[in-house]
Ligand binder design. Sequence first.
Ligand SMILES: Cc1cc2nc3c(=O)[nH]c(=O)nc-3n(C[C@H](O)[C@H](O)[C@H](O)COP(=O)(O)O)c2cc1C
Length: 238
Amino acid sequence: MVRYPSDSLDLPHMRVSYGEKLVSSSPVDSGDLDEASLADGWLPLFSQWLVDASEYVASDGGRIAEPNAMVLGTVDDEGFPATRTVLCKGADERGVVFFTNYESTKAQHISVNPFVSATFPWIALARQIHVRGRVEKVSDEETLEYWRTRPRGSQLGAWASHQSEPIESRELLLGALDRMAARFHDVDEVPVPPFWGGFRIHPKSVEFWQGRRNRLHNRLRCELGDGGCIVRVTRVQP
Ligand SMILES: Cc1cc2nc3c(=O)[nH]c(=O)nc-3n(C[C@H](O)[C@H](O)[C@H](O)COP(=O)(O)O)c2cc1C
């Protein structure tokens, strides 16, 4: 009989209780998340939690890998959802920005259904933020500004990859990178590929989740108006 690694995992019993030894109820929260934290809008708390995630050091010295990673959910033209991880590369009153290939599967979903969700799962901090909203391309200037911060290798990689398209072998992919390196050999600044850029999620709702004992977690959901201001904060049962 073939044995799979998951045979040795007891998934039904795999749980960690917040407030117990393994994971403290929230290593960075001494008190309960409350409505007062949202008095100045969703952005200050959102920004603070991103900073906390990027600065957090566990007792064994471990850090949170990719603290700005978020799981992006899109829906295709048949209503079939898909998720994948992308990096949040900007956040302000207008919303949350990520960069990607404009011909990728996610971008095709967005072109037929411009509503997405994004979840920041900071499990080590017993925190999660969930954003839902309409998504739009950022300006070419904004894409260029971010593009210039990327290492040259990542820029060439973006040129080389037809993201989400099948390819027969890794060798072909590495060959595409070599061709791009040769193409831009004499160029100081690699230009932005015409098929690459940013999207901004304009949040319609932002939910802050804080893990608490006995699964009685705190959830505060902000509904936002057109200008990005909070029009309602609702405490939601865990
Ligand atoms: C930690 C992490 C960060 C990632 N960041 C990005 C990103 O910022 N942009 C991006 O296009 N893909 C990123 N990816 C790859 C995506 O998860 C995904 O494989 C790719 O975008 C293709 O998705 P699609 O075929 O659904 O369009 C990241 C993956 C991981 C694991």
